[in-house]
Design a protein. Structure first.
Length: 122
């Protein structure tokens, strides 16, 4: 039997979770004080995902960079592919919160979206 110890990020409590597994299947989750902890632990040990945040260059804007994030969580193993897909991207101002900066980033089916408004100057 394998045991994984995790700190839950499902809510602000940060419960210390213990996940018991056998042959890649979760047998039990303990230490959680809410259902979110159980859900998080099961997902984290079988199919971990993350929201990726970064920045992208802006031309013609009141600031030179715009913050971006994946619109949904992506498989953890795709993080570097996502970063590679945005490293050379430059967008033209104006940029609005929610604008799609990269569609279907790294073939994940998830868009990279802007998380800040950038005004056009000039």
């Amino acid at each position: 039997m394998d045991v994984r110890n995790l700190t839950c990020i499902g809510c602000p409590l940060g419960c210390a979770l213990r996940v018991e597994m056998e042959n890649g299947e979760v047998l039990s989750v303990s230490g959680n004080t809410c259902k979110r902890g159980d859900d998080y632990a099961r997902k984290e040990v079988t199919h971990p995902t993350r929201i990726v945040t970064s920045t992208v260059a802006v031309t013609g804007g009141d600031i030179a960079m715009v913050s971006v994030k994946t619109q949904n969580d992506i498989p953890k193993e795709k993080i570097m592919d996502i970063m590679k897909s945005i490293e050379d991207i430059k967008v033209e101002a104006p940029v609005h919160i929610g604008d799609v900066i990269v569609a279907n980033a790294a073939d994940t089916g998830v868009n990279i979206i802007a998380t800040k408004d950038i005004k056009k100057v000039g």
